[in-house]
Write a protein that binds this ligand. Structure first.
Ligand code: AMP
Ligand code: ZN
Length: 143
């Protein structure tokens, strides 16, 4: 546990939250400042800042809980769809440095955008640049 981490404090029961699911390794609770009714966060119980800081089985557990939650949340708030996302790192908008997946219920005509709306100016990549990036990713190892 990281003492000054708000999500660790929720996991420890030191500050209140609307907990909706719990497993050995994960906790899911309602976002206190929801983008939509039913906006839920899934966190690993142990403190990891970024997704890739977590061991692969814990990361898989978090995604499994997202999988379990989406239909349940949609059904409870009568949503039409869901946006699932992780702000993985400060430059991506992560404000709480304890990895968490957002499950955001979406409604026809809710005025929101697709995941594509999160990025800034789009790059205009050449074929060579696509290939170089693809080959780099294929050949890379976790750092
Ligand atoms: P992010 O920008 O991805 O780090 O998102 C952090 C999220 O945590 C925001 O959507 C906040 O509304 C939410 N949040 C912050 N504090 C709490 C809290 N005490 N309980 C529930 N959600 C919280
Ligand atoms: Zn934490």
């Amino acid at each position: 546990m990281s003492d000054d981490c708000i999500f660790c404090q929720i996991v420890a029961g030191e500050i209140p939250a609307h907990v909706v699911r719990e497993t050995d390794t994960t906790l899911a609770f309602l976002d206190v400042n929801p983008l939509a009714p039913g906006h839920t966060l899934v966190v690993p119980k142990d403190h990891y800042e970024r997704l890739s800081d977590a061991p692969s089985d814990v990361a898989a557990d978090v995604f499994h809980e997202v999988y379990e939650l989406v239909p349940r949340v949609e059904s409870v708030v009568d949503a039409d769809a869901t946006t699932v996302g992780i702000n993985d790192g400060a430059a991506a908008g992560q404000e709480v440095p304890h990895v968490h997946a957002h499950v955001v219920p979406r409604f026809e005509g809710d005025g929101g955008g697709p995941i594509h709306a999160v990025a800034g100016e789009r790059p205009d990549l050449s074929d060579e640049e696509f290939e170089e990036i693809a080959e780099g990713i294929s050949a890379s190892h976790r750092t």
